[in-house]
Design a protein around this ligand. Structure first.
Ligand code: GRF
Length: 209
């Protein structure tokens, strides 16, 4: 039985597209049922339309308060019968009530090896610029469960890639993004199969018997 996923995006949506395409190819047991965006000009919108995936524009600033915003998000998740919420370049904190209702089912991808280079202010190229300046020899994406702090919940998957040869932050960004497009669909596939066991901050992948 496929799990129904809502992708939440603010920008280009390349991760959303990678997830939707892996699902459409039958590589993972999910269906991307809706793409929610908070930015009218998000490139993710065109990518959703091209794939026949419904879109919902839900910008936080058009709601009087957090309660009204949360209600609208919940309504949409209910309408599409959503099991898993995958943040994919979503530049907005998710309401606590939604996190409680979808406990262990809201994921995010971050373009660095958390807990390094994460948290408020670490987004987009700022992450890769900081990694480049640090002199680190490896970087890579982290997929984690979402809690009420930026880039903080238990880590589900991480993949380190060598960046020794990178001459600028942009090169790191492109290597990491290519890896994001593999690791995010894989992680969602495992989550959909109930393969993660979370114990405090540690998540284990159960081996199939
Ligand atoms: C990715 O680098 C992701 O790690 C971060 O935001 C970026 C989104 O890119 N959270 P895209 O919109 O998926 O192309």
């Amino acid at each position: 039985m496929k799990k129904r996923v809502a992708a939440f995006c603010s920008h280009g949506g390349s991760n959303f597209a990678a997830i939707a395409d892996a699902a459409a190819r039958g590589e993972i047991p999910i269906e991307v049922a809706v793409m929610v965006h908070n930015n009218a000009r998000a490139g993710a919108k065109q990518k959703a339309q091209a794939r026949g995936i419904p879109t919902e524009w839900i910008p936080r600033k058009t709601f009087a308060d957090e309660t009204a915003y949360t209600q609208r998000l919940m309504q949409v998740l209910d309408r599409y019968g959503i099991d898993i919420v995958a943040l994919a370049g979503f530049m907005q904190l998710v309401p606590s009530e939604l996190l409680r209702r979808y406990e262990g089912k809201v994921t995010n991808i971050h373009p660095a090896l958390l807990p390094l280079f994460g948290g408020r202010g670490f987004y987009g190229m700022k992450v890769h610029e900081a990694v480049f300046a640090s002199g680190m020899k490896v970087s890579g994406p982290t997929v984690h469960l979402v809690d009420e702090q930026y880039d903080h919940g238990p880590i589900l998957m991480q993949r380190a890639i060598a960046i020794d040869d990178c001459k600028c932050p942009e090169e790191i960004a492109s290597l990491v993004l290519a890896e994001e497009h593999k690791i995010y669909p894989e992680t969602l596939g495992l989550l959909a199969q109930g393969r993660f066991q979370v114990n405090g901050r540690r998540a284990f992948i159960n081996v199939l018997s």
